[in-house]
Design a protein around this ligand. Structure first.
Ligand SMILES: NC(=O)c1ccc[n+]([C@@H]2O[C@H](COP(=O)([O-])OP(=O)(O)OC[C@H]3O[C@@H](n4cnc5c(N)ncnc54)[C@H](OP(=O)(O)O)[C@@H]3O)[C@@H](O)[C@H]2O)c1
Length: 234
């Protein structure tokens, strides 16, 4: 039986998401690179294909419910089953709780929390039916109560804390039996457009724990929050 797994990565066209796509392709998975702009996705996918990786680009804006539904329908029509979902796309509004505008609150919630939630609702039922699935929610230490929430980016930290709540509640909703796991991870401070030039970590270093969680063995953890492959506090 062909056990090649297929992984869908949101915001896969650049930054940590691209490093996750590259790492999954290197590990032999078929990658669905979800990009809100198809041309940017195709540009990024070319280098993976050049190294022999298998990658399909899908237009997906995680803000738009219809865009998520249309992506799922196209994959279903082509018999592409998603075994691994990496909710990576994110935005980082720069404002504290009093400064944050309604638009910033809506952006943070819809991209960082609502999008991953709708994608989990779209793909986890099929994973349960097939008996295998891995969901990785790319969160942040900024959303950790235990590490101290990032009060300078209040909408961001609240949306990532809510993403962690999704991880916990989704894990609790999984029935016993199928090998389906859901975890949150924080990549650390990573040199990307979001993280800025001063960040000490490369996108590859930031992607490592997501790649580990995306390919966990059956006895691996579920319902946890990790950085550098170690548990961190919620
Ligand atoms: N960098 C860090 O230090 C750091 C630290 C902790 C956590 N994180 C988390 O890591 C993840 C990736 O961050 P990054 O540093 O790689 O950020 P980035 O370089 O800014 O990339 C963000 C990605 O998300 C995509 N995106 C934004 N809005 C979207 C939407 N509505 N629909 C679909 N895609 C959308 C972007 O697409 P476009 O190219 O089309 O804009 C881009 O591919 C995020 O969830 C972030 O919160 C990052």
């Amino acid at each position: 039986m062909d056990t090649t797994r297929t992984a869908l990565v949101t915001g896969g066209n650049r930054g940590i998401g691209l490093a996750i796509c590259e790492g999954l392709a290197e590990r032999g998975l078929d990658v669905v690179m979800a990009s809100r702009n198809e041309d940017r996705g195709e540009g990024a996918a070319a280098s993976i294909r050049g190294r022999g990786g298998s990658v399909r680009v899908e237009q997906l804006d995680v803000i738009e419910t219809a865009s998520i539904e249309a992506c799922k329908e196209r994959l279903d029509a082509d018999d592409v089953t998603v075994d691994v979902l990496v909710n990576n796309a994110g935005v980082y509004p720069d404002a504290d709780a009093l400064e944050a505008t309604i638009d910033q609150l809506d952006q943070a919630w819809t991209v960082n929390t609502r999008g991953p939630w709708l994608l989990a609702k779209a793909f986890v039922p099929d994973m349960l039916e097939r008996g295998y699935g891995r969901v990785v929610n790319v969160s942040s230490g900024s959303g950790s109560f235990g590490e101290g929430l990032d009060t300078n980016h209040a909408a961001y930290s609240a949306s990532k804390a809510a993403l962690n709540a999704l991880t916990m509640t989704l894990n609790d909703a999984l029935p016993a039996g199928p090998d389906v796991k859901v975890n949150s991870m924080g990549p650390g401070w990573v040199h990307t457009r979001m993280g800025g030039e001063a960040a000490p970590r490369t996108p590859e270093e930031g992607a490592d724990t997501a790649l580990w969680l995306a390919t966990l063995p059956e006895d691996g953890p579920s319902g946890g929050f990790f950085r550098d492959r170690e548990r961190i506090p919620w």
